[in-house]
Design a protein around this ligand. Structure first.
Ligand SMILES: Cc1cc2nc3c(=O)[nH]c(=O)nc-3n(C[C@H](O)[C@H](O)[C@H](O)COP(=O)(O)OP(=O)(O)OC[C@H]3O[C@@H](n4cnc5c(N)ncnc54)[C@H](O)[C@@H]3O)c2cc1C
Length: 592
């Protein structure tokens, strides 16, 4: 596998040239004093060094060694504790954290690039800080001032880690039926009892404490999702002065043996009357979780992008070096026995698909991150509301589309290696294995599609969609004629998505099955259209500079490939959407 190199040039292009993000920061008072283009560039450069230098070399050994469990203690692979310390001491765990509690306070659009780098270096490693910053976000937004002061500084500093304990053996997608109990105590705390499964970073040897955020139900809670509360449950009790006290009544019963992300500890967690503290209001636990989920779901989409990027870096190097057969148009490397495989149309198709989907994904996830920043920091209520609704609309697309595309890209990256792609030492097969979980956890991609179509499209009567479609139409209308080759197919793609959206809105009124029947293909058609917008924006930023620097020529060539070869996929997806639910219900359960 090629050494990982952070794609800083492309990140700077997206941030500074495509979105001119420093203009947005200057308009948001909370960010204006914290960050500008130079600070951002310096942060990205440092993150590139630490992820490539300290973490990427552990990716394969971490996969080979995996985590181990011994009598409740979990050991991460060799090198992980030291690398985690280096990462934490650099302040990277708290990169997006509130400065009031010691975080760096960077906007999400910077955090998104750092997440991409750490997950490209090692997805297993990246999950530990990601779960910690997710837990911090819920605490920051919903916990009492006292709990924030007690927990956040050590979590941002990476001295303590976090975990999110939602899933139970019988309850994954349907959290309304969880059984973990929370019994109120006289001192205001709660006794938490129950079993959680699949808990990422539930136990490990990276930090001196782990702060679990646990969903549980009070004895008199209403049935279903409206009866769920959220609790902080520390592994080791924290004294009033911040020092560590006794071990809490909880433990790790075992760890899972998995297809991928083997260096990430996936734990069964037993809570045996453990002491917990309520976060937010009783029975409003799912709301508190949703704050965190938009960030985490974008983060999982970025995990997919990270793996696609790492796979591409190895594939392109291999395709330039591996010689096999002659180019169809005649020998290219005449001094060699055969030509490098990059001459072959099918290899170019795979490489360009990877490049177009990775770079489209980087632009799209950065765009969504900018909406998150606008929603959080804009002082203009209408602007913040619009951004918030865009985030709601685009988050399930980012989670599901980026990870679905990542499976395609990592499989192409493996395929380009031929038989060697199947062999462990080359590293490409690990990326495919690691990628698979990104489509499953944090709400499966099927559930993301239902969220998009059911809650965000139908639930808003199409109004959230209109924000996005109107923005693209305004861009097309204002674009120069020299962008026509990009804006015309983009305009047609948006018109197609308008029609699909109207179709879904209409059909959902008469048959409840239509939403679920349309949702996956609708989300994908949406994703390809959103990437077309990103590619048109990137083409605008590159056009006219292609003779100065081959970076821009490469951008324009990839944009042309995207419009010619990938965007047309919307036609078959749209036909599937419009086929409706009927053919899904022709068989009864016994006929399968
Ligand atoms: C490695 C790993 C790490 C994880 N980390 C964490 C963690 O840190 N914390 C945590 O709490 N959980 C974690 N999870 C759990 C993960 O989020 C769940 O596995 C996931 O949400 C799916 O739940 P489930 O496995 O119970 O599947 P189920 O909910 O049983 O779903 C089974 C299938 O049915 C489909 N389905 C279910 N309901 C519907 C519906 N209404 N409409 C259409 N299709 C439906 C699903 O899409 C899926 O394909 C992790 C899981 C793994 C494997």
């Amino acid at each position: 596998m090629a050494d990982y190199k952070a794609p800083l040039r492309d990140m700077r292009f997206v941030l500074n040239e495509v979105f001119e993000v420093s203009k947005l920061w200057a308009e948001l008072p909370a960010l204006a004093e914290l960050v500008d283009e130079d600070t951002a560039n310096a942060i990205l450069e440092e993150a590139g060094k630490v992820t490539a230098g300290s973490i990427a070399p552990l990716n394969r050994s971490g996969d080979e060694e995996g985590c181990s469990w011994d009598n409740g203690a979990v050991k991460t692979p060799a090198g992980f504790p030291e690398a985690y310390r280096t990462y934490a001491e650099g302040g990277w765990v708290g990169v997006g954290g509130s400065p009031e509690f010691g975080g760096m306070g960077m906007p999400k659009v910077i955090g998104a690039q750092v997440e991409e780098m750490v997950n490209s270096a090692s997805l297993s490693f990246g999950l530990y800080p990601m779960l910690t910053s997710g837990a911090c976000l819920s605490i920051l937004n919903h916990a009492s001032e006292e709990l924030k002061a007690q927990y956040l500084p050590n979590m941002y500093a990476g001295v303590w880690a976090g975990s999110m304990c939602l899933t139970e053996p019988h309850a994954g997608t349907d959290l309304g039926i969880i059984r973990t109990k929370a019994e109120p105590q006289a001192d205001g705390s709660y006794k938490i009892s129950g079993t959680k499964i699949f808990i990422t970073g539930g136990e490990h040897d990276l930090t001196e404490n782990i702060i679990h955020l646990v969903l549980a139900k009070l004895p008199d809670a209403p049935a279903g999702p409206k009866g769920i509360s959220l609790f902080i449950v520390p592994k080791v009790m924290v004294n009033a002065d911040g020092s560590l006290g006794e071990k809490n009544a909880l433990g790790c019963g075992s760890i899972e043996h998995k297809m991928g992300i083997k260096a990430s500890a996936t734990c069964v967690m037993n809570f045996d009357g453990a002491t917990g503290y309520l976060v937010g209001e009783v029975n409003k636990g799912l709301n508190a979780m949703f704050t965190m989920m938009n960030y985490e779901r974008l983060g999982v989409g970025i995990q997919g992008l990270s793996l696609g990027e790492r796979s591409y870096q190895s594939a392109i190097e291999y395709a330039r070096e591996r010689i096999q057969s002659r180019a169809p148009t005649g020998p290219v490397a005449k001094d060699k026995a055969a030509d490098p495989i990059i001459v072959h149309p099918d290899v170019r198709r795979m490489l360009l698909t990877m490049k177009a989907l990775n770079e489209g994904g980087r632009a799209f996830s950065s765009y969504v991150a900018m909406q998150l920043d606008t929603a959080k920091y804009s002082e203009d209520k209408a602007t913040a509301k619009r951004a918030d609704e865009l985030v709601a609309l685009l988050t399930p697309v980012a989670k599901a589309f980026l990870t679905d595309m990542a499976l395609e890209t990592t499989v192409h990256g493996q395929q380009i290696f031929g038989g060697h792609g199947f062999i462990r030492e080359w590293g490409q097969e690990q990326l495919v294995r690691d990628c698979r979980i990104t489509q499953i956890y944090e709400g499966t991609n099927g559930i993301q599609s239902l969220d998009l179509v059911g809650r965000k499209i139908v639930g808003s009567g199409g109004s959230y969609y209109k924000h996005f479609a109107d923005e693209i139409k305004a861009f097309v209308a204002a674009a120069d004629a020299n962008l026509d080759e990009f804006t015309q197919p983009l305009a047609a793609a948006v018109q197609n998505l308008d029609e699909l959206t109207a179709w879904v809105l209409d059909r959902s009124q008469s048959n409840p099955n239509e939403i679920g029947a349309a949702s996956v293909e609708y989300l994908q058609a949406f994703g390809y259209t959103a990437y077309a917008y990103m590619w048109a924006l990137m083409a605008r930023a590159a056009l006219g500079k292609e003779t100065q620097d081959e970076f821009y020529a490469s951008k324009l060539g990839t944009a042309r490939f995207y419009f010619a070869r990938l965007l047309p996929r919307i036609h078959s997806l749209s036909a599937s959407v419009k086929a409706g639910s009927e053919s899904l219900y022709l068989l009864d359960a016994a006929q399968f």
